[in-house]
Every structure is written in C-alpha cells, then in structure tokens.
Ligand binder design. Structure first.
Ligand code: CA
Length: 237
C-alpha cells in the first residue's frame, strides 16, 4: 500500500481522486493549499504527491520547485495535475521537478497507471510487486521470502523489520545506503532511532538469509553503510 498526498483546492475533484485512490488500495491525505501540503509533509513524507498547478497562494509549481531544493523532499515522487494542456506548460512542470504531468480531465484509470509508473521508477518498495534478486524472491502481497533450492522454492523465516529492510534493499540494489538513509526509508522519516539499530537488524537479516546460502548478498561498505549486490548476477554478466 502506498500513501498519496493530494494537493488540490477544488474539493469535488480532490474527493473524486481520493475515492478512486482509496479504492485502488492507496492511503490518502488531502491538502487544499501549498501551506496545508507543507504542513502534511512536515509530519510524514508520503510515497507520492499529486500536485495541482493552480492553487490559491503559492502555486503547485512554486511548491514543487521548493521541495526539489530541500534534501528531505528532493526525491519525493510528484505528479503535477493541471487544467492547462499546452505542451510548453508540460515542459515547465517537468522542469520544476515533477516526475510526470497530467492534464485535466483525466480518467481514474490513467491516473492510477501514471501513479504506478512513477512509483515503479522512484519508490518500487511501495508497490506490492514481487521482486527477485539472484535466487531470492520477496513477495510483499503474501509477505513471504523464498529462495530457489535444488528441491524447489524454500520459504525463509524473517521478522517484520528485516522483511521491510530486505524489501528496500532488493528494490534498490547495487547502491550503497547509509544507516541514516536506511532509517529514513525503512523505519520512516522523523523516527529517532540510533543508527546502530540498523546494524542489529542487518545482522538478524543475514541470519534469516543463512539457509539460502546467499551470505555475500548484503555487503558492509566500511565507513559508509550497506549495499545489496547480486554477486551471482555479476559473475554471469
Ligand atoms: Ca486548482
């Protein structure tokens, strides 16, 4: 399930979008102005923002630009909504940092498809899609982690935090993540936990993965953090 912040001052449109998103399984928050949106974001970062261009006060365009300069919101997935259909507007919207741009009126089906596409690109760990790395498979829908053995797929026992940690690492492979980044992305931002907590859960995760014999999968990058790297795939390539 993904959390979506809808920033739209026309309440009828906002409600209609909210109904469709909730029906598709998203968790929805509404904001009717840039100020309200900023307030909502200050509490917790959503997985994606639907941002109307024309808002009373600060415009959606200005808000998107501002968010892109703040390290906390720089990577926030944003889809710009607008009544303007000019090609030049689209370019301006994307230049402001929007990941996609949708002109009103749009169908709910199209909106959901665009949301899914942006999330797949920028936050794949928020989707319920199964992910495979090497011989390891994680399925968010069934909350199961399995590995391919000679005898077929074997299930691994794994705790809830280790599951989320593994999900994030598997959807962001080959990149080094600092402990602070992992706390933000796996535990949630604005959560004040000591960084060594990450080390504890990495250790537990490695133990949980031990039956799969993928001991090199999660690498410790000294002085930086952790990286999930598919050594088997690298050798094959
Ligand atoms: Ca508007």
């Amino acid at each position: 399930m993904s959390s979506v912040l809808i920033v739209e001052d026309e309440s009828a449109i906002a409600e209609l979008i909210a109904i469709n998103l909730r029906h598709a399984g998203h968790e929805v928050t509404l904001a009717a102005s840039a100020e309200q949106a900023q307030h909502a974001i200050g509490g917790a970062l959503p997985d994606l923002v639907l941002l109307d261009w024309m808002l009373p006060g600060e415009s959606g365009l200005q808000l998107a630009r501002r968010w892109r300069t703040d390290p906390r919101t720089r990577d926030l997935p944003i889809i710009m909504l607008t009544a303007r259909a000019e090609e030049s507007d689209k370019v301006v919207g994307l230049d402001a940092g929007a990941d996609d741009y949708l002109s009103k009126p749009f169908s709910p089906k199209e909106l959901l498809a665009r949301i899914r596409a942006v999330l797949r690109r920028k936050a794949p760990n928020t989707l319920d899609e199964a992910v495979e790395v090497g011989a390891l498979r994680l399925d968010p829908a069934t909350r199961r982690v399995t590995h391919r053995a000679d005898s077929g797929w074997q299930e691994l026992k794994i705790g809830p935090t280790e599951f989320r940690l593994l999900h994030f690492l598997m959807t962001h492979p080959e990149r080094v993540h600092t402990r602070a980044q992992l706390l933000d992305r796996v535990w949630g931002d604005h959560v004040f936990i000591e960084e060594r907590t990450v080390d504890v859960h990495i250790k537990r995760l490695r133990e949980a993965l031990a039956p799969a014999a993928v001991s090199g999968l999660i690498e410790t990058v000294r002085g930086v953090g952790y990286r999930l790297s598919d050594a088997s795939g690298r050798q094959a390539a």
